[in-house]
Structure formats: structure tokens, C-alpha cells
Ligand binder design. Structure first.
Ligand SMILES: Nc1ncnc2c1ncn2[C@@H]1O[C@H](COP(=O)(O)OP(=O)(O)OP(=O)(O)O)[C@@H](O)[C@H]1O
Ligand SMILES: [Mg+2]
Length: 252
């Protein structure tokens, strides 16, 4: 597998607090790479450093062989580095389909400017419906987004992110706030995307992590303390001690 994302020595300080303390991380093309660690470990900060929402104080970000350390969010998105619901957030008064349409149009940008309006609109609608189908929301296309169930809104967010045609999708706690059944649906959805798109998954739900991840990195106090296959992480004494404790026994 080829390396898609490489972080080297990433440091992010908030005043005196060191949120990420020299993070080295490599994500291979095609893998689901889970990032786990206790509350406040720096996971979301790291996601922001990857997406470009935050700039580090030191270190570098390479994506697909190019340095993007100083690239703005839109430049990273253009190259396929996309955080879910970073690009477009849901318009609650519009239908699910119209939300998807807007995301498809935004992603197309000016690349469609030579198309006739009618052909363009048809193509957009077709793509938008395909996205809804992809996340299992096609039968909810005409429903006003704000009235969708919470789990459906999270699926719609994934659809909007997919509109940008990501090569690497960053998901920060996609299961947060979902009920058991909605969680299962989301795990299924993420599992279905795996293989087509590389995924960095931040998640506290260990069942989901061990089900989905090809590799897992453990972040504790801003530092990666271990990276490995799920079995290696499960049996890593440092990881157990630092973070997972008894939770590991119950994870599949
Ligand atoms: N904008 C900010 N300003 C100041 N401190 C921040 C900011 N963002 C995060 N922090 C601090 O940086 C540390 C890492 O936070 P971060 O949100 O990255 O952790 P996390 O691993 O995502 O935690 P959780 O699992 O609870 O989501 C925490 O101590 C947090 O309080
Ligand atoms: Mg977080």
C-alpha cells in the first residue's frame, strides 16, 4: 500500500497547553486508520491540523506526496483531503436532495461552466441522488433536512462530504449522539466506504473502532503512544495502561 498522508513532528500549542506534542503519523492509501485516546488527548486538534482548519506551531503535513503544511482548507479539499461537514453543513430548511445538490454544485465549481444549463442541472441531480443512495437516504430525498432523524442527518453530512470526492475522509466521532441502531447503520456506511476512500476515524466507540479499523493509533496527552493492527493495539500493555483498560476486554 502506498502512503497517502504523512504527518511529521506536528506541534500545536494553545497558550501554555501543548495539544499535539510532535505527532508522527502515516496513513496508507485505502486503509481505515482509527485514532483513539482519552478525552483531551488532542484527537480533534490533530484532525484540524490535517484538514487545515488549524495551523501547527511546528511540523509538516504531506498528502499524496505534496507538502500541504501551509495550504488553506479549500486547497486541501481540492486535493481530496476532506473533513466531514467541514465543507458544507446541512441547510435545515432545505430537502435532503437540495442539500446534496448544493454540495455537488459547490464541488463542481467552475469545471462545469462549458455545459449547457439543462445538461448541467440533470447531471447535478443525478449525482446528488447517487450520493443519497450511497448513504441510504434516497427514500428521504424530499424530506426537509431539519426534520430528518439525528442519524439520518449524520448520514447526510457524510453524503455532503462525499460530494467533494475525497481521497481521504476525516471523520471525527461519527457515532456521537447516535442510538444503537443508528450507530450500526453508520458503521455499515463507513465500512461500505472503506476501500473506495481512505478514512481517518476518530471514535470513542471501541466496538466500532475494532470492527472498522485496519490500523489504530493511540494518542495520549498529544503524543502517539502506539500504532498497529487492531490485535496489536488490543494486546499492547502501554495502551491498556494508558487508555483502554478494561474497555478492551469487552471490544470484539
Ligand atoms: N481552541 C482551543 N483553545 C484552547 N485549548 C484548546 C482548544 N482546542 C482544544 N484545546 C485543548 O487542547 C486539548 C486537546 O483537545 P482536543 O479537543 O483535541 O481533544 P480530543 O482528543 O479531541 O478530546 P475528546 O475525545 O474529548 O473530543 C484539550 O486540553 C483541550 O482543552
Ligand atoms: Mg475531540
Amino acid at each position: 500500500m502506498a502512503e497517502l498522508l504523512r504527518l511529521r513532528g506536528l506541534i500545536k500549542r494553545f497558550g501554555g497547553l501543548v495539544a499535539t506534542d510532535g505527532v508522527d503519523l502515516t496513513v496508507q492509501e485505502g486503509e481505515v486508520h482509527a485514532l483513539i485516546g482519552p478525552n483531551g488527548a488532542g484527537k480533534t486538534t490533530l484532525v484540524h491540523l490535517i484538514s487545515g482548519a488549524l495551523r501547527g506551531n511546528a511540523g509538516s503535513v504531506f498528502f499524496a506526496g505534496e507538502e500541504l503544511t501551509h495550504a488553506p482548507v479549500h486547497e486541501r479539499v481540492r486535493r481530496g483531503l476532506v473533513r466531514s461537514y467541514q465543507v458544507t453543513s446541512i441547510f435545515t430548511r432545505l430537502s435532503a436532495l437540495d442539500n446534496a445538490l448544493l454540495a455537488v454544485q459547490a464541488a463542481a465549481g467552475s469545471s462545469m461552466r462549458f455545459w449547457t444549463p439543462v445538461r448541467t442541472e440533470r447531471a447535478f441531480t443525478r449525482d446528488a441522488r447517487a450520493l443519497l443512495m450511497r448513504v441510504g437516504l434516497l427514500d428521504r430525498a424530499e424530506v426537509v433536512a431539519g426534520t430528518l432523524a439525528h442519524g439520518e442527518q449524520r448520514k447526510l453530512e457524510v453524503a455532503l462530504a462525499l460530494a467533494a470526492r475525497p481521497r481521504l475522509l476525516l471523520l471525527d466521532e461519527p457515532l456521537a449522539g447516535l442510538g444503537p441502531e443508528e450507530s450500526l447503520h453508520m458503521v455499515e456506511l463507513i465500512g461500505g466506504l472503506a476501500g473506495e476512500v481512505t478514512i481517518v476515524l476518530v471514535e470513542h466507540d471501541m466496538d466500532a473502532v475494532f470492527k472498522l479499523a485496519h490500523r489504530i493509533s493511540v494518542l495520549v496527552s498529544g503524543r502517539i503512544v502506539a500504532t498497529g493492527a487492531p490485535d496489536e493495539i488490543r494486546s499492547d500493555a502501554r495502551v491498556r495502561q494508558a487508555y483502554l483498560g478494561d474497555e478492551l476486554g469487552s471490544a470484539a
